[in-house]
Design a protein around this ligand. Structure first.
Ligand code: NAD
Length: 357
């Protein structure tokens, strides 16, 4: 077995492929520390009759999820997840959160000794007791330590090498240091925060707020209204994080993974885009239809997260404390009108914050 660190990437969508460009290039530049081969697990599909893995390995481009961007030749697409992680001790998870458990089921017991993971996944899991972080799912299922990397990171902009920042949430500082080496570039700057739950929960919840921002755009409102949506959403993100994770640090909300990710997602990003189209259709087109129409196989995470969070809050009788999350769910899933949602929301939120009447 190689003494060098070896990276495997699990997931090859828009973000997974962007990250593969960075990681492939970084490890190739530091072969004294890293094995230069980076295997990437690709959920196999046919594109014009050809396997996506074959296209990636011959043309070095993920033509479906990151067209027009070259992948380094040391990034090798593998259709079988077990083969993809062979010999790897750094496992990068970057797939839509609904597929994590089934993937972990295939990998359990096949992990290299002393391996550790990092999750770039924005979403949550839950059980009857409440919310479960995706990093904890990975940790428990595979018996590995799991850090997280989140931030204001719209994949296509990073693939264009536009300057961005990200935050690594860690428990093990040495892991964070190695992760910084594989992810950081002059245009992608990484900071650390010893607060995994704070970093991760912001990354998941901001996708719900982005739906509110999209509704606001679809209704034709301007910048002041969007700022109100972002503020009201941020309050609820913080309230939720502090309620469910006692040790969350306030500074984490000011990291790239906090307020910056929230802002970028409310201006760009697929959740905002689909929510805008939803509002423009007067709620007549379902999110499922819009995902199929607008996203070319990419997955919408905000609506699923809105549903999961709603169910956690409902079960714990906490919906009253989270009017923003409640209203987004009701519009997306219960046919409540999107018109006037902000007035109702703002009244409820003000009464929680302390009205002056
Ligand atoms: N795209 C971004 O800008 C961005 C930025 C930061 C974080 N993220 C997060 O990264 C994660 C991955 O997103 P993405 O943008 O790379 O993916 P994506 O939405 O672009 O693509 C969907 C991926 O899911 C795969 N898939 C489809 N069905 C599957 C199945 N049954 N089992 C396993 N995989 C299946 C597809 O092959 C594809 O690779 C998400 O949690 C997302 O929130 C995305």
């Amino acid at each position: 077995m190689s003494e060098k660190h070896k990276v495997a990437i699990l997931g090859s969508g828009n973000w997974g492929s962007t990250v593969a460009r960075i990681v492939g290039s970084n490890v190739r530049d530091r072969t004294e520390v890293f094995d230069p081969e980076v295997r990437i697990w690709v959920y196999e599909e046919l594109i014009g009759g050809r396997k996506l893995t074959e296209i990636i390995n011959s043309e070095h481009e993920n033509v479906k999820y990151l067209p027009g961007k070259e992948l380094p030749e040391n990034v090798i697409a593998i259709p079988d997840p077990e083969t993809a992680i062979e010999g790897a001790n750094i496992l990068v998870f970057v797939l839509p959160h609904q597929f994590v458990r089934s993937l972990c089921g295939k990998l359990a017991g096949k992990i290299r000794e002393n391996a550790f993971a990092v999750s770039l996944i924005k979403g949550v899991d839950f059980d009857e007791k409440g919310v479960i972080l995706i990093s904890d799912v990975i940790s428990r299922e595979l018996g590995v330590e799991c850090s997280v990397l989140m931030g204001a990171n719209i994949a296509n902009e990073i693939a264009d090498e536009q300057f961005s920042e990200a935050t690594i949430g860690y428990r093990n500082r040495e892991h964070a240091r190695l992760l910084k080496h594989i992810f950081q570039t002059p245009y992608f700057r990484i900071a650390g925060a010893p607060d995994v739950p704070g970093v991760e929960i912001c990354g998941a919840l901001k996708n719900i707020v982005a739906l509110g921002a999209g509704f606001c755009d679809g209704l034709g409102y301007g910048n002041n209204t969007k700022a109100a949506v972002i503020r009201l959403g941020l309050i609820e993100m913080i309230r939720f994080a502090k309620k469910f994770f006692k040790d969350v640090q306030s500074m984490t909300f000011l990291q790239s993974s906090g307020v910056a990710d929230l802002i970028t997602t409310c201006y760009g990003g697929r959740n905002r885009r689909c929510a805008e189209a939803f509002a423009r259709s007067g709620g007549k087109k379902s999110f499922e239809e819009l995902e199929n129409e607008l996203l070319n196989g990419q997955k919408l995470q905000g609506t699923l997260t809105a549903k999961e969070i709603y169910e956690i809050l409902q079960r714990q009788n906490l919906l009253q404390e989270f009017p923003f999350f409640e209203v987004i769910y009701a519009i997306a899933y219960q046919g409540r009108s999107v018109e006037g949602f902000l007035q109702q929301l703002s009244e409820k939120e003000l009464s929680l914050e302390g009205d002056i009447d």
